[in-house]
Design a protein around this ligand. Structure first.
Ligand code: G3H
Ligand code: 13P
Ligand code: ZN
Length: 341
């Protein structure tokens, strides 16, 4: 069932679970994710980056997601824009039927981040769409914005983490619905050089200054060892890849107010590892279904495990019930679509 993230976060904040926000770029990735959610009865956020819109053509991706909604009516699904960077892109996502958008002004100076975010919140709320915004700096690569080098980031981490006092001001002045925080994670497959560690004390401090505000953790792939080993075994070259340990992710969603957990890299790794393995072990294979099919299965199994770590497995019915209880309409786009305009 299509919805905004509101009922998901309502339950997740106090309910000791987080909703997985998985990046979708093609049919097999999307199917692997939704099959896992159906198997585990879990709510899900399907998120689309600017790069994904361009790669797949948003009309194709949107129809694939519409098919998920039709095929799995019992699964709560939100369609989310990942790292939107301009008002124009946010407007386009709203016009395309997203139920949630992220405006990421974290690379601007603070006042500009506030201004841009507040403008997007106004536009999105008028259309019935919820908004995530970011404060603080993540390492790695954020969309088009080249982020910070992993080593430099970890070395000077204190200066990049979200400031709890500024966060309160940011929430109040923008009217956002959820806050993406920098707490030591970074995008990509090389998150830590040494011991991986999230800044839980910082999350706690943000929860004190911003009580009840759903927090979002970007860069939350765990970079499973088995995928890296397979990739390296079959011709890949990813030495030193390291992600966020699953126990720390479990802690963030169970003990703290982290309601949305972003995962893209692990999907890429599952797909790449399986395809590399098949190409290496069956060099005569040239039917795409024979390697994309197993890659889709690998994604499904990885996501199933992740949903248990996030403790969102089994929460689908409760989220649907909460959405019905809220009685909120879907975004304006869907009213227009139903009316045929
Ligand atoms: O945070 C970035 C996501 O992994 C999306 O990556 O912009 O390459 O699609 P992308
Ligand atoms: P990962 O690179 O850790 O998967 O993070 C993805 C992300 O934050 C998308 O917004
Ligand atoms: Zn991100």
């Amino acid at each position: 069932m299509l919805m905004t993230t509101k009922p998901m976060f309502d339950l997740a904040y106090d309910g000791g679970f987080g909703v997985g926000a998985f990046n979708v770029n093609n049919m097999e990735i999307t199917q692997g994710i939704i099959e896992a959610c159906a198997a585990e009865s879990s709510p899900v956020i399907l998120q689309i980056s600017k790069g994904a819109r361009q790669y797949a053509n948003i009309r194709f991706l949107k129809h694939i997601i519409d098919a998920c909604v039709e095929e799995y009516p019992e699964i709560p699904i939100a369609i989310h824009c990942d790292h939107g960077d301009t008002v124009e892109l946010i407007r386009a996502c709203i016009d395309d039927g997203y139920t949630s958008v992220m405006i990421d002004g974290s690379h601007h100076d603070y006042e500009e981040n506030v201004r841009l975010t507040a403008e997007c919140v106004k536009i999105a709320h008028a259309a019935g769409v919820v908004v995530e915004a970011e404060l603080g700096m993540l390492g790695g690569i954020e969309e088009d914005v080249v982020g910070l080098d992993a080593e430099e980031y970890q070395k000077n981490i204190e200066k990049y983490l979200t400031d709890p006092v500024q966060a309160k001001d940011f929430v109040e002045r923008t009217g956002l619905d959820s806050l993406a925080v920098a707490i030591g994670t970074s995008h990509g497959a090389y998150k830590f050089k040494h011991e991986p560690k999230l800044a839980f004390d910082r999350i706690e401090a943000i929860m004190k200054t911003c009580p009840g505000v759903p927090l979002v953790m970007h860069g939350s792939s765990s970079v499973p060892r088995e995928f890296i080993d397979l990739i390296n075994k079959y011709g890949g070259d990813m030495p030193g890849a390291m992600g966020v340990p699953e126990e720390q992710i479990a802690d963030a969603v169970r003990t703290y107010g982290v309601c949305k957990v972003n995962i893209d890299t692990d999907l890429r790794l599952a797909l790449t590892a399986k395809i590399r393995e098949i190409f290496a072990t069956k060099p005569a294979e040239f039917d795409p279904r024979k390697y994309l099919g197993p890659a889709r299965d690998a994604i499904r199994e990885m996501v199933k495990r992740k949903l248990r770590v996030l403790n969102s497995a089994g929460k689908a019915d409760a989220v649907v019930a909460r959405w019905k209880e809220l009685g909120e309409p879907l975004p304006v786009y869907y009213e227009r679509r139903a009316a045929g305009v």
